[in-house]
Design a protein around this ligand. Structure first.
Ligand code: LRH
Ligand code: MN
Length: 388
């Protein structure tokens, strides 16, 4: 697909959802570094997200995390978002920060704890009804640390029961996005450790259950684009949690650590029709900006996803297919590398300019003086973070 205007149409239509927690403080077990001007509540997080959308024109949706984004009136929060030109996106449940969940949430041996966890998931669907969100994103920190700690099959049964109850509660246009993760915080088993386990649970649940691919949740060396191609072919790819990493779940800016991997992923997305809105793939960022300024980091990440997408859209699919079908390995690889080695920044600058945006989103943001304004205004109160 090297028809330039079609490429520009696809880039103009691309939408990347940003995470509310990406605007708050975050860190590692060693330290959470506070930063001046960090939001103190979901309203201020939305105001920062609006800066990303204003600068990029491509980030009108914001994912929430409950209870980090707990408010009295979710409909009012959603209306406030619309007032900023935004929309509330996926609702992320949180069954990983309560003392009761030490031995698991929905998989916990104790039925009282399982009930508590499922009730939280159901509460998140109520919140979706209020915000108009369609996506319930479920990531479970559930797992074990030592062999023998618990019965893996029994835990899978408990997980399946919990998911089935939540699935039953979903509205017609609502769906589950089930996220998997190889390890952390559990270090022997995770109850949803890989795409296969997530896929199997989603198949059992039904059409409203899909898999989320968090690019930081695989063993080193995992071919993530294979998983993407497979899930797209099966109609079970619900979305991405884009970030990047050098080692584990580093949650660094998407495309920063491995732009070639992000390109290979977007190549499979483009080739398998994953950019088409009707395919329903949610392109979300899930990152933590532990030391860097948060809004520019999100803007840079949106640009990195756009650049990977633009390169993927420039792949000469006709030449690629011809080389693949004739077994011309080097020619096929060359076609892909030609696209990857194309500098797409002028093309994206053109798309932005034609949309009335500054060709350089980071310069546009800097020119607003928003960082100094919020650092001066947002004094006192409790800066938002992972502790709600
Ligand atoms: C878990 C995860 C999940 C979110 C959290 C913020 O590692 O990727 O998607 O709930 O990060
Ligand atoms: Mn994630």
């Amino acid at each position: 697909m090297t028809d330039r205007s079609a490429v520009k149409d696809a880039l103009r239509a691309q939408r990347i959802e940003t995470p509310s927690w990406g605007y708050g403080n975050s860190g590692t077990r060693f330290k959470v570094f506070a930063q001046p001007g960090v939001p103190r509540d979901p309203y201020e997080k939305l105001a920062d997200a609006a800066q990303v959308h204003a600068a990029t024109g491509a980030a009108p949706k914001v994912s929430l995390h409950i209870p980090w984004d707990k408010v009295e009136d979710y409909a009012a929060l959603s209306a406030h978002a619309r007032g900023l030109g935004l929309e509330i996106g996926a609702i992320n449940a949180n069954v990983f920060q309560d003392d009761d969940y030490k031995l698991g949430s929905v998989t916990n041996p104790d039925p009282r704890v399982r009930r508590k966890a499922v009730d939280h998931l159901l509460e998140c669907v109520d919140i979706m009804d209020a915000t108009g969100s369609t996506d319930l994103k479920l990531w479970f920190s559930d797992g074990t640390n030592y062999p023998g700690q618990d019965d893996t099959s029994a835990r899978q049964g408990r997980l399946a029961d919990a998911l089935a109850e939540v699935y039953e509660r979903l509205g017609d246009d609502q769906r589950i996005l089930l996220e998997y993760k190889l390890f952390e915080p559990a270090f022997y088993t995770m109850d949803v450790p890989d795409w296969g386990t997530a896929y199997a649970h989603c198949l059992r649940l039904g059409p409203k259950a899909t898999v989320v691919v968090d690019t930081g949740h695989h063993a080193p060396g995992t071919n993530i684009e294979f998983i993407v191609a497979f899930l797209l072919r099966e109609g079970k790819l619900g979305g991405f949690d884009f970030n990047s990493r050098f080692y584990a779940d580093d949650d660094l800016m998407a495309g920063a650590a491995d732009p070639f991997q992000l390109f290979r992923i977007m190549h499979e997305v483009v080739k398998n029709g994953g950019l088409a809105p009707e395919t329903g793939v949610a392109f979300m960022l899930d990152q933590c900006h532990n030391i860097e300024a948060k809004i520019p980091a999100v803007i840079r990440s949106v640009m990195n996803v756009q650049e990977a997408t633009a390169k993927a859209l420039l792949v000469d699919t006709g030449a690629l297919t011809a080389a693949q079908e004739t077994g011309d390995v080097l020619a096929a690889n060359e076609v892909l590398m030609d696209a990857y080695n194309t500098d797409v920044r002028p093309l994206l600058a053109e798309v932005r300019a034609e949309a009335g945006l500054d060709p350089n989103p980071l310069a546009a943001y800097r020119a607003t003086g928003w960082a100094d304004k919020t650092a001066a205004e947002r004094v006192g109160g409790h800066q938002a973070g992972w502790g709600a």
